[in-house]
Design a protein around this ligand. Structure first.
Ligand SMILES: [Zn+2]
Length: 86
C-alpha cells in the first residue's frame, strides 16, 4: 500500500514517483520515513514522497505527531534494499 496509489486514475503510471502532497504533481525528490507506534511495529517504515516545495510541510505534519523518523533523498532511499518499498 502506497499513498501514490491514491493519485492513480486515468493517467498512466508515472515513471518518476510524485510528491505525496495533496494536489501536487511534482516529481518527488525526498522520502519521508515515518512510523505510527500505535499502528506499526517499531522497525516498520511508512513512506511519503515529497518535492522540494512540500518537504518541510509534510515533515512538520509528521513531526508534530512524533511519527517522523527520517528524511532522505529518493535516490538515497532506493539505494537501501532493506527498506519497505512495496
Ligand atoms: Zn509537492
Amino acid at each position: 500500500m502506497n499513498l501514490a496509489d491514491l493519485s492513480a486514475s486515468s493517467q498512466p503510471s508515472p515513471t518518476t514517483p510524485q510528491c505525496s502532497a495533496k494536489g501536487c504533481r511534482a516529481d518527488a525528490v525526498w522520502v519521508l520515513a515515518w512510523n505510527n507506534p500505535k499502528l506499526h511495529t517499531p522497525d516498520r517504515r511508512k513512506t511519503w514522497l515529497a518535492c522540494d516545495e512540500h518537504r518541510e510541510h509534510l515533515s512538520q505534519f509528521l513531526g508534530v505527531r512524533g511519527f517522523l523518523k527520517d528524511v532522505v533523498t529518493l535516490s538515497e532511499w532506493e539505494s537501501h534494499p532493506d527498506n519497505d518499498g512495496a
